[in-house]
Write a protein that binds this ligand. Sequence first.
Ligand SMILES: [Zn+2]
Length: 182
Amino acid sequence: MAASDLVNLSALLDDAKCFALVRQHRWPEGARCPVCDSGAVIRDGHDDMQPGRQRYRCKACSGRFDDLTGTVLAGRHQPLRVWVLCLYFMGLNLSNRQVASELGLDASDVQIMTEQLRRGLVAKTPAVELTGEVEIDEVYVVAGHKGQPEEVAKRGGSGAAASWQARRDAARWRRTSHRSLA
Ligand SMILES: [Zn+2]
């Protein structure tokens, strides 16, 4: 029996805390304008339909944005808490089919969601240029093929990089969530 038959997990999540999680994840040092990257940003009320979704105004370029502007989560049909659970399940290495079962969604919808999440939460910002000392945590090493490279390739060796990225993002998200939801 799927857990969703017993407990509707997403209904137990607090929307306001999910938005707080996104803010903490994308702006650990405080909100920045997604257009001009200025930190001179003032809060400007909340979304009419989603009270936990903070709106902002940039004092530098007068641009308006909110917690989800410029992320893969903006303008989606699923509520934010469903995305948060999806990311959490990805971190547990559940298959798309298992995630779909837990969330009560179509596997094809979940596949689209997980593909987007693997590309990163903030999809539309320019690539970050790393300089100086770069710290990489939570590195996963794929075991050697022991003389059977065909077997490794068959088991999805080409997807290894993408799934590593997803696990790393999910692990980071979980750490963030523990901090900000504590
Ligand atoms: Zn701006």
